[in-house]
Design a protein around this ligand. Structure first.
Ligand SMILES: Cc1ncc(C[n+]2csc(CCOP(=O)(O)OP(=O)(O)O)c2C)c(N)n1
Ligand code: SF4
Ligand SMILES: [Mg+2]
Length: 285
């Protein structure tokens, strides 16, 4: 999508909904905006039906603000809590069958590269921990093995939240949830390490308690995927509903988990990715 595609045709301005007009005038398309400009532009996600205090909703909002070119981005989502917000997201997005997201993204990226050989089209997968590390594991891993130029973002709430609270591979050892009353019997999967071993050239772990870090991770992941290879961002997105804490405590939960060593922000760049980021930063001055 370029500005040409979302601009309102002459004569139709008055009949278009005010939100749409505002999006065209004050949205982030074809501008370099980010979390530092929050509050000065019309965001790509403003309303959604997710629970109060949902860490995933906040992370999705920050992720959308961090897209380097929202007008040239297609997001591939999967079933889960985030899929309830996507109908309200003002970026092209596809709801794929649960677990198929990286396979769908692969086909899409290849088709877009053929159709628009001279324009960077970013394909970004945004899916839950269950979709990424468990049920969609095969399609995620094989997209990485093949070196597909995609960004995969996991919204890691350490549970199958949308289906009422089952444990996932990403839940911590001993976790008790509504539908996992016995406590989880094995450790949280070290998925960032898996991503590196499987060929991701950029891997980051972040959370919404540090919005600038989250922004940098998402932006770098997408820019590196355009040129070099697969990238992975894992966002820790605590779920007050299933983990039974107060909606106002989401950010403190992240800080507590960080203090306890159960969540560690991190960033890894392959030598090629690091050289590319340095080149981009030098060009920016
Ligand atoms: C093919 C398929 N299998 C299972 C389901 C049921 N299902 C819907 S959401 C979900 C769990 C999602 O967990 P996660 O990916 O972590 O997302 P969350 O809801 O936690 O954000 C499952 C198992 C489905 N919709 N489709
Ligand atoms: S169940 Fe949890 S992850 Fe899902 S919308 Fe509610 S708070 Fe967010
Ligand atoms: Mg989940």
């Amino acid at each position: 999508m370029t500005r040409r595609m979302f601009k309102i045709s002459a004569g139709f301005e008055e009949v278009m909904p005010p939100e749409y007009r505002e999006l065209v005038e004050k949205g982030p398309f074809e501008k370099q905006l980010g979390v530092a400009e929050l509050g000065t532009f019309k965001e790509l996600l403003e309303e959604h039906p997710l629970c109060a205090g949902c860490g995933l909703a906040l992370s999705l909002r920050l992720t959308l603000i961090s897209l380097p070119s929202p007008e040239d981005t297609v997001i591939v989502g999967a079933t889960g809590c985030s899929s309830l917000a996507f109908p309200q997201v003002a970026v092209h997005n596809i709801h794929s069958l649960f677990g198929n997201q990286n396979a769908v993204a692969t086909g899409l990226k290849r088709a877009l590269s053929l159709r628009f050989p001279d324009r960077a089209k970013d394909v970004v997968v945004i899916a839950g921990d269950g979709a990424t590390c468990d049920i969609g594991l095969e399609s995620v891993m094989h997209s990485w093995f093949r070196g597909e130029k995609l960004t995969t973002i996991m919204l890691d709430n350490e549970a199958y939240a949308n289906t009422g609270g089952q444990e996932s591979g990403m839940s911590q050892l001993g976790t008790v949830l509504n539908m996992a009353p016995m406590g989880k019997k094995f450790k949280k999967v070290a998925f960032p390490e898996v991503a590196k071993a499987a060929g991701c050239v950029y891997v980051a772990v972040a959370a919404p308690h540090q919005p600038r870090r989250l922004e940098r991770s998402v932006r770098r992941a997408i820019l590196i995927a355009r040129e070099i290879g697969p990238t992975y961002v894992q966002l820790y997105t605590p779920c007050p509903t299933n983990y039974k804490f107060k909606p106002a405590d989401t950010l403190s939960v992240i800080r507590e988990q960080e203090k306890a060593g159960l969540f560690r922000p991190d960033e890894y760049l392959s030598p090629e990715a690091a050289a590319y980021i340095q080149q981009l930063e030098e060009a920016k001055g």
